[in-house]
Structure formats: structure tokens, C-alpha cells
Write a protein that binds this ligand. Structure first.
Ligand code: DX5
Ligand code: ZN
Length: 238
């Protein structure tokens, strides 16, 4: 009989979610297969409405068929004003994460309840300038908190470094409250930034143009390098 050692919440496996807005769209099928083979944990769908974030990415007519072509669970990231307007457009399977922005919801608690009813793990994202205090009265109802380390909407931006201080404090708060919440980091996740992100308490990392879909190396090499960087960060955790 194997005896399992209990794992403290902040020592669970660090997961990588692949930001599909950064794929090579001419090779999307091949890249989906590579992501599965390399042990990526989720497909991260960035949905932008041209208002909260001034650009457009993918809507349900692109996302729903592509997600069906992969065995990986979905990790939705809606950068959309009043996101409850569009919940029904997206397919949700058990195990999927569905994240909305605190800054976008007119009634955050109502939206989280609706999402949970649809069977999603519920996530709330906050922009670099937003304090996590805004989550005080919904924190027990959240499965994932996404800290944006860049301003939402565009790939290829630079890290806003003070978010790492926010991550460290939020990690402590979540652990002190003994909540089963995963902390996800989105923006400029790469081999140079990952050790610090993981040392500060990140559980999920969004692999985008700087860390996963790189121009200089194929996806499998990028994943191996990210995993090494994750191990370096884990070794620094107290
Ligand atoms: C930014 C998106 C990210 C993006 C980050 O708004 O939410 O998912 O793809 O990837 P990087 O910063 O590495 O290009
Ligand atoms: Zn994202």
C-alpha cells in the first residue's frame, strides 16, 4: 500500500496553460497536437471585446470547434465588458476554467454563481493596477485568481514587475485562509520571469508568445525550458 504525503496547497504541481491567441494560425492543428504531447495542462482562450481591451481576438465560432479538436481542458479568459452577456456562447465541460475580469462585471457574485451552475471552475482576473482586496467578499466562491502581469489584450508586452509583490501577498492570504484557490499568472511568462513567479507562489502559468510559442525554438523545447524554470522557482519556495 502506498502512503500519500499530504501536499500543501502551494506545493501542488505548477501547470502551464497555452495561450491560443499566440499560435501559428497556419499550423494550428499541428500545434494543438504538440501541446498535448508536451504535457500542457489547458488551452487558454483569450476573448477580447474591443472595449475593455482595444482589440479583437477569438469568438465562439473559432473557439468551440478548435477546442473539440483537442483533449485538453479549456481555460477561458474573458476580457469582455459585462461578460454574463456572452456566457452561453461558449461550451463548458467539467474541468474547464472560466475566468472573467473583476473590472468588467456589474455583479461579480451573480456571474460567479451562474458560471458554477454551468459546471465551470470559476476564475476571476484582475489587472495590474487592481488590488486583490476587491475580491474579499467573493473569495470563498473562486477556484482560480488570475493576476495579469501585463495589461489585458495584447501579446508581447513587458512584465509589470510590482504584480510579483501582489502575488506574494495574495499567496500568503490564500494559504492563511486555507482556501483551495489556484493562482494563475498571465503575461510575459518566460524562462527569465518564471523562477520569480513560481517562487512568489504561482500555480498556473499562461504560456504565450514570450515563453511557449517562441520564434527561436519549437514548442517541445520551450516547454522543457519552462519546466526547468518552474523547478528553479519551486526550489526557492520556503
Ligand atoms: C494578454 C493575454 C495573454 C498573452 C500573454 O492579454 O491574456 O494570454 O497571450 O502572452 P505573452 O505576454 O507571452 O505574449
Ligand atoms: Zn489571457
Amino acid at each position: 500500500m502506498t502512503v500519500q504525503t499530504p501536499v500543501a496547497p502551494n506545493q501542488k504541481r505548477v501547470e502551464i496553460t497555452a495561450s491560443i491567441m499566440c499560435v501559428d494560425w497556419l499550423r494550428v492543428g499541428e500545434q494543438l497536437t504538440e501541446l498535448e504531447t508536451c504535457g500542457i495542462d489547458y488551452l487558454h482562450w483569450d476573448v477580447v471585446d474591443g472595449w475593455f481591451a482595444p482589440d479583437f481576438t477569438m469568438g465562439s465560432s473559432i473557439i468551440n470547434p478548435i477546442r473539440k479538436a483537442s483533449r485538453l481542458p479549456s481555460d477561458y479568459h474573458l476580457m469582455v465588458e459585462e461578460p454574463n452577456r456572452v456566457f452561453d456562447q461558449f461550451e463548458i465541460s467539467p474541468g474547464d476554467i472560466f475566468t472573467i475580469h473583476q473590472e468588467c462585471a456589474r455583479n461579480l457574485h451573480r456571474d460567479l454563481v451562474n458560471l458554477r451552475r454551468r459546471g465551470a471552475k470559476v476564475g476571476v482576473a484582475i489587472c495590474p493596477a487592481t488590488h486583490y482586496d476587491v475580491l474579499e467578499y467573493v473569495i470563498e466562491d473562486i477556484d482560480v485568481i488570475v493576476l495579469m502581469t501585463v495589461n489585458p489584450g495584447f501579446k508581447g508586452q513587458k512584465l509589470v514587475p510590482q504584480v510579483l509583490r501582489k502575488l506574494e501577498k495574495l499567496r500568503r492570504l490564500v494559504d492563511d485562509m486555507k482556501l483551495d484557490i489556484r493562482l494563475s499568472i498571465d503575461g510575459n511568462v518566460n524562462v527569465d520571469t518564471v523562477p520569480e513567479m513560481v517562487a512568489c507562489g504561482a500555480d498556473i502559468l499562461v504560456g504565450g508568445s514570450s515563453g511557449l510559442f517562441r520564434k527561436d525554438v519549437p514548442i517541445d523545447v520551450a516547454v522543457a525550458e519552462l519546466r526547468e524554470a518552474i523547478d528553479a522557482g519551486l526550489a526557492r519556495r520556503g
